[in-house]
Design a protein around this ligand. Structure first.
Ligand SMILES: C[S@@+](CC[C@H](N)C(=O)[O-])C[C@H]1O[C@@H](n2cnc3c(N)ncnc32)[C@H](O)[C@@H]1O
Length: 433
């Protein structure tokens, strides 16, 4: 287990200082751990460590006169993780301290064992006093960056506390049953036989909510393509597209293919799955072959259709736009460490460019569904209001998916944790015939 802690410290240091994604950092270190429990511990340490970094990094700043942040960054991360194990993960104090001290040997820094021990024990003595100081500043109280706190307070003044709490909680694991391969009830029964407790979602037709998080690739039915992992909020696209057999459909930002696959599981449409990122397109092809669906796949820029389209229009276009991903912080806690306030305006401009380039490709009488996993109004309600002002031939659908989130401008916004789901926005735009 001390190896897991040492690898977690090295991986977290890369996430925080090197800008590496949590997913990539985990993929780099997990293969070195041969026991599944060690890999589970590594994953938990990285998720909780990234989620709570801004609080416990500041705590170490108060515990040490000269923190090791720049001199010995992996040791610094090891100490932060020690605090996270004590305060967030609920490990017994002695286990967190002894495990962290042991990990100094795996990191080949045994001479720091005494220092790590002393700092963690000082925390145990002074946690109330230092904790109160951390609680006095909203940034260290809830471990969110200042720019995001300010933006959320401006966009969602009444909901900001609930959003922060949801971002700091564990997200449930939700699956999507593949209608082409099984039924939801049959899959729930198969999972139960394999010892996995699962229940049908209350109103989403394909969604299954698991009682406990698990390695889904080991669940019965995974290799047979009977299900995918997909939050409930992302499972609305087919119903909002109002699909019918034979339609020409474009999924313009398709990789890694979750919504494209869902569309083809639901309807016999002629689907083009487009994305600009070749690596993500390769992952998308794997997803399609596991699930047994066969869209046309294209690599290209949705904002420059001449390069990949033959000029024919589409009955339906889904724009699951690149966004700040501020609605999925509970699942991807590294986003709060990597995203900057200055990222918002360029992302909004890119969404605008894609929307304006694709709207002419919608058949009159057809429909464009706009989606983001953001909770920032600039990317959602304000983006759509500006689009409607530029395109008088677009008519927003007023009433849709009343179970989902709340109305906001001409769309619906789910805030993180609402209905147990991620933060997500949808707008449905019909083109006047
Ligand atoms: C939110 S993700 C899409 C998730 C996907 N729809 C799913 O359900 O699995 C956004 C995608 O947009 C792609 N993207 C960003 N800018 C793009 C552009 N200009 N043209 C096409 N794809 C783009 C990214 O590579 C990324 O894969």
């Amino acid at each position: 287990m001390s190896d897991a802690r040492a690898f977690a410290a090295q991986a977290l240091e890369r996430i925080v200082r090197g800008g590496v994604s949590l997913r990539d950092a985990f993929a780099q270190f997990a293969p070195r751990l041969h026991d599944a429990r060690d890999r589970a511990l590594l994953s938990a340490l990285l998720h909780d460590g990234a989620r709570w970094w801004l609080r416990y990094d500041a705590a170490v700043g108060r515990l040490m006169d000269q923190p090791l942040r720049t001199r010995e960054p992996a040791l610094h991360a090891l100490i932060v993780l020690g605090l996270v194990q004590i305060e967030v993960m609920g490990l017994p104090d002695y286990a967190a301290v002894a495990g962290s001290v042991d990990a100094t040997r795996t990191l080949r820094r045994p001479k720091f064992a005494g220092l790590v021990n002393a700092v963690l024990r000082r925390w145990l003595r002074e946690r109330d006093e230092i904790g109160a100081k951390l609680d006095a500043d909203p940034m260290t109280a809830c471990a969110h960056p200042r720019w995001l706190l300010d933006t959320l307070a401006a966009d969602w003044p009444r909901d900001v506390e609930a959003i922060l709490a949801a971002n700091n909680a564990q997200a449930p694991l939700t699956l999507r049953a593949n209608r082409r391969r099984t039924t939801r009830d049959a899959l729930i029964a198969r999972l139960a036989e394999g010892g996995c407790e699962a229940a049908a979602h209350a109103w989403l037709p394909d969604a299954i909510v698991l009682a406990q998080s698990t390695d889904v690739t080991r669940l019965p039915g995974y290799a047979d393509g009977e299900f995918s992992v997909q939050d409930g909020a992302a499972q609305l696209a087919p119903q909002l597209l109002d699909l019918a057999s034979g339609q020409r459909v474009l999924d313009a930002c398709a990789a890694p293919g979750g919504k494209s696959a869902h569309i083809l599981e639901c309807a016999d449409v002629e689907l083009t799955a487009l994305d600009r990122d070749p690596e993500r397109v390769a992952a998308m092809r794997d997803t399609f072959s596991r699930l047994g669906v066969k869209p046309r796949v294209a690599v290209g820029d949705a904002g420059a259709p001449k390069a990949w389209s033959n000029g024919r229009r589409y009955d339906r276009i889904l724009v699951d736009a690149p966004c700040t991903a501020t609605g999925v912080l509970r699942r991807q806690p590294d986003i709060r460490l990597h995203r900057r306030g200055g990222d918002v305006a360029p992302v909004v401009a890119e969404q605008t460019r894609i929307l304006d380039a694709l709207w002419p490709l919608v058949e009159p009488g057809g429909r464009l569904v706009y989606a983001t996993c953001s909770i920032l109004r600039a990317e959602n309600a304000a983006q759509i209001a500006a689009f409607l002002a530029r395109h008088p031939d677009a008519a927003p659908l007023a009433d849709f998916a009343s179970e989902f989130g709340r109305p906001d401008g001409h769309g619906r916004q789910n805030l993180p944790g609402d209905g147990g789901m991620d933060g997500f926005f949808y707008a449905v735009l019909d083109k006047r015939a």
